[in-house]
Design a protein around this ligand. Structure first.
Ligand SMILES: *[C@@H]1O[C@H](CO)[C@@H](O)[C@H](O)[C@H]1NC(C)=O
Length: 297
């Protein structure tokens, strides 16, 4: 009799093991909403204090440093540009599954933002030295070529990997001060650049999340932001851009490249690839009807 009972519960026990083991690797991905402070509603921006551990910060910095070294070497080898492709003028991209620590950070970002990992680009680690800055800009695109893969960038997570003695704040110059802002920064801490809007001071381990699109999916011009010049110290940060659709699936992989309707070319010239991307371009799961004319394949 007792052995029968055991059989009855066996599947349950196995199932429980499965659940607990799949979560065991992401013990650090538990999100605590009480650590989140609202920065602004216009744009929607929030800071999570202590989002990354010191170890995670150091890990991202050292990965970027070794990638930089690798690509600097590759740049000097004639005919091998492959490595330097990942390098931009200002930073390094770290692939999502680079190692368990990176994967854990990816899990955490996804859990905090409620947005799927596949919608994110690879994290970009940036280093700013004295005087370096990032002028005011939007993270959403204004051209249709860039939105073919994954659609618009809808949200950005900025991870601060170091404390910066002075300067290096992220500033939203046209943001609207919320009526009950709970003293996020005292003004005297901030550089002149940061005083020109709502600013977030870089603190090692903190994460800033802001949205570049309104809830209606229309680009939010209030999301204009800048990285203030570093006045003293060194700033390392990591940026995660998250799109409205999957960034991992590349449109055009598989399937033929054709127009399904004779008016595709005309519609494309009228701007329908951007105005009506769901029908025109579609996704890799459900390809649109005018992928050829939209240059999506
Ligand atoms: C960074 O600054 C915060 C205070 O803003 C401090 O609590 C923390 O210890 C500093 N971390 C390091 C590594 O200096």
């Amino acid at each position: 009799m007792s052995s029968l009972w055991f059989l009855l519960f066996l599947p349950l026990i196995f199932h429980w093991n499965e659940v607990s083991s799949s979560y065991a690797g992401s013990a650090s991905s538990i999100i605590n909403p009480s650590k989140v402070k609202q920065v602004s509603w216009k744009p929607r921006a929030f800071v999570y204090e202590g989002f990354l551990t010191g170890l995670e910060c150091d890990h991202l910095i050292s990965l970027a440093k070794s990638e930089l070294k690798r690509s600097a070497v590759a740049d000097n080898l004639p005919g091998d540009s492959k490595l330097s492709e990942v390098r931009t003028s200002s930073g390094m991209f770290i692939s999502k599954k680079k190692d368990p620590i990176v994967a854990g950070i990816e899990d955490k970002i996804s859990a905090w933002t409620f947005l799927p990992k596949e919608n994110g680009e690879d994290m970009q680690v940036l280093r700013y030295e004295h005087g370096q800055k990032y002028d005011p800009h939007y993270d959403y695109f204004t051209d249709k070529v860039n939105i073919v893969r994954g659609g618009h960038r809808m949200a950005t997570v900025l991870l601060y990997l170091t404390n910066v003695t002075r300067g290096g704040e992220t500033v939203f110059p046209v943001a609207e001060e919320p009526p009950r802002r709970r003293g996020l920064e005292t003004n005297s801490d901030l550089s002149e650049c940061a005083k020109k809007g709502i600013a977030v001071k870089p603190r090692r381990g903190d994460a800033l999340l802001f949205f570049s699109l309104h809830t209606t999916a229309i680009p939010d011009t209030d999301s204009l932001h800048a990285g203030c010049p570093v006045i003293e110290g060194e700033k390392w940060s990591a940026t995660k851009w998250i799109h409205v659709d999957s960034f991992d699936k590349t449109v055009g992989a598989g399937g033929d490249c054709s127009d399904q309707h004779e008016s595709c070319q005309r519609w494309a010239s009228l701007g329908e690839c951007t105005n009506n991307p769901e029908y025109m371009v579609g996704s890799s799961d459900l390809p649109g009807s005018c992928r050829r004319s939209c240059k999506a394949c």
